[in-house]
Ligand binder design. Structure first.
Ligand code: C5P
Length: 221
């Protein structure tokens, strides 16, 4: 499982997103499609970006009864996304049902990642995150969304192969925006993150391709 930089494509519509991706010309960065873009454009935006050759993390954070999550995950799996997620606060039954729904007839499925706290700001929250991470691991999920500052603890609790997908990334000389605890791509690498999720430091940069390449240089090496 290679380390990679995932660009959070938090755009209002398809036009803005595709204009942004066009700047990358031959390159095909791993992209995250979140609720804003998905709700605006529907599944077609996933098909279109996939057809352009990008890997896709579909960040819809499902949380419902097991049967609903299973059926919804089956729909997302048919979109051929590479990674999707659900809320770690859901039950083990919900997580197991999600995996069943995601698994295709040939046995393959997208990676399934659990979202822990949206921002862990205290010891208590960190403790809860570790509990969520262990539950997710027991249910057969592939990893968690967490802070890079928690990556080592997650790996200790759940094994090196359990993925840590980490937002809250900023360049050393960049704006923090609304993220309270931030980590540079290089620091996230040092802390053992498997994937960094980077939005505005790339999407709002004067030269987004250069900003992406800087992330890759710092994080992947
Ligand atoms: O622009 P920025 O780099 O802050 O974007 C971070 C991305 O990661 C956003 O798409 C946000 O929804 C997502 N995210 C986050 N913190 C979490 C979980 C997800 O920032 N705890």
């Amino acid at each position: 499982m290679g380390k990679d930089v995932i660009i959070a494509c938090d755009f209002a519509d398809k036009k803005a997103c595709l204009n942004f991706l066009d700047k990358f010309e031959g390159k095909k960065p791993f992209v995250k499609i979140g609720m804003e873009l998905f709700y605006a454009e529907g599944p077609e935006i996933v098909r279109e970006i996939k057809a352009r050759g990008h890997k896709i993390f579909l960040d819809l954070k499902l949380h419902d009864i097991p049967n609903t999550v299973k059926k919804s995950m089956a729909v997302l799996s048919r979109l051929d996304v590479d990674m999707c997620n659900l809320h770690a606060a859901g039950t083990a039954a919900m997580m197991t049902a999600a995996i069943e729904g995601l698994t295709r007839a040939d046995g393959t499925r997208p990676l399934l990642i659990a979202v822990t706290q949206l921002t862990s700001t205290s010891e208590e929250a960190m403790h809860k995150d570790m509990h969520y991470a262990k539950n997710a691991k027991c249910a057969g999920l592939d990893g968690v969304v967490c802070s890079p500052l928690e990556a080592a603890a997650v790996h200790n609790a759940c094994g090196e192969g359990f993925l840590t997908v980490t937002p809250g990334i900023r360049f050393a000389d960049g704006d923090k925006g609304d993220q309270s605890r931030v980590t540079t791509p290089a620091k996230a690498k040092e802390l053992g993150s498997d994937y960094i999720v980077v939005g505005r430091p790339i999407t709002a940069a004067a030269d987004p391709v250069e900003a992406y390449e800087r992330c890759v240089r710092e994080f992947v090496g």
